[in-house]
Design a protein around this ligand. Sequence first.
Ligand code: GLC
Length: 509
Amino acid sequence: MQAPFRSLRILFVAAEMAPLVKVGGLADVVAALPQALVERGHEVRVLLPAYGGHMTRGATRLTSLGEGQASLAELRRPDLPCPVWLFESPVFAGRGHHPYNQPDGRAWPNDATAFGEFGRVAAGIAAGTLLSDWHPDIVHCHDWHAGLAPVWMGLEPTSAASVFTIHNLAFAGRFHPRVLAELGLPQSLNHPDLLEFHGDVAFIKGGLSCADEVTTVSPRYAQEILTPEFGNGFEGLLRHRQEHLTGILNGIDTRLWNPARDPLIEHAFDAADLTGKSRERLRLLRRWGVTARKDEAVLGWVGRLTRQKGADLLLEALPELLQRPLRLVVLGSGEPELKRAVAAAAARWPERFMVDSRFDESLAHGIYAGADMLAMPSRFEPCGLSQLYAMRYGTVPVTTAVGGLADTVLDADAIADAIADAIADADPLACSEATGFLMAEATAEDFVETVDRALRWFHDQHRWQALMRSAMGRQLDWSGAVRAYEQVYERALAGRSPPGVGPAAMRAP
Ligand code: GLC
C-alpha cells in the first residue's frame, strides 16, 4: 500500500463506537475508519463519553478534569483499533446502556450540558491543556453530539484543524439558547451564522459552520442536503459552505463482515460455493420453527424501526407482500408505535412475518447470511451500511434510490436493459455489475413493485445466483474512503484558522 502523504495525529470525537456502545451505523464507522487510518500509518485516538461503569472496566486514568468528579480514562483492548479515551463525568454516568434516550424513550434531560461539556474536553485535548504529551493535528467530529467541539476549539489557542462529518442531518441537537450561559459560552454564538436555529441553538450548526471542513457519508447525500427536501433547514448554510463539503462513501470492515470466516454464523460460504448460504437460510428459519419452500424468498430486515428507514412502508406493504411467495424476518427495535405495529403483525401472520426486537449481533449476521433479499425502503439514507453487509453475504438489497443507497446499489433490471440495448446477443449475466433493486420513490406501492421485480429474478435461479455473486464481488472496504479522508484532512490543515483567532465563522463580520 502506498505510504500516506504524512502521518497525522487524529482525534475522533463521537457518541458511539462499536463494540463499546452501539445504537446505529455511526458506531461501526467510528470503529472501522480509525482502524483503516491506523493501517495507513496515522495515530488515532477516539474520545467517547463513558455512559456507565461497563465502559470503563479495564481503563486507566489519564487525568482528572477541573475540580469536579470528571476525568479522562484510557482504554486499550485487542478488539479496539486504537486507544479510546473515555470522558467520565456525572453528566453521563447514569445512562448505562441507553446513551441517547431514557428507558421510556424520552431524551435525557441534560443532553445540552452533557454533550456541551464533551465538546469542551475535545477542545482541551486539541489545545494541549488537558494532556501534555499528545496533540492532535486533526479533530474529527461526528454528528451533533460532537458539534460544539469546533466551537470550543475556536475559543482556545489550538493549531489543530477540525473536520465535521454528518452521519444524519435529521438529528440537530436543538436546545433553548439559555444553554450557552449554562455552558459558559458567549451569547454571541446565538447568531444565525453560528448556532442559532429557529429561536433555538442547534449543536450540529457548530460543526456545519465552524469546522474547517465538513463531510458526509456518500456523494449523493452531499448533493441532496443542499436541497430543502433533505436539508432539514440547513440547506442554505450547507450551500454557503459547499466548497468545504465532501461526500465520502463509507466502507465496511470486510474482515469482520466475511461470510467465509464469520464466527457468528455456522456455515461458512463464499461466492464460489454458496452451499453454506442455503444452510444458513434453513438455520435462520429454524429459529422460528419454520421451513420455506424453494420458490419462497426470505426477505430480511436489519435496522431500526423508524420512518427514516421506511418501517411504516414495510407494514403498509405487508398485506400485499404476503400474497407473494415470501417469508419476512425482521430484526430491529425503534419508535414505540412502529415496534407495537410490527409486533401486532407478527402475531397476526406467524410463520410468515417473524420478528425479534432484541439487539442481537449474531442474529444480524444470521439474517445477512440466511436471507435472500434485504428490505430497506428508506425515505432518506446518508449512507446505509445494512445494504453493504447484505451484499457481502450475497443477500440482494431491495431499496430506495436515495443517498448512499443510490451510490452503492446498481439495479439489476436497469443494467440488464442497458446491456441488451448495447449488445444484441449479449449474455446479460456475463458482464453484469448489478447488485440489487432500486425504487424511485419511498412508497408502499413502489416497494411491492420492486419486490415483484426481485422475485422475477429469484425465480430464475441461474440469473439470481449471478446477481448474488455480483453483489458479493463489489469492493466495499475502506481503501478508497481512507484516501479521500486524508485529502480532506490536508485541506483542513491548509485552510485552518490561525491559533487563537477561531474559525472564520466566529470572527465578527
Ligand atoms: C447514520 C445514517 C446511515 C449511515 C450511518 C453511518 O446511521 O443514518 O445512513 O450509514 O450513520 O455513517
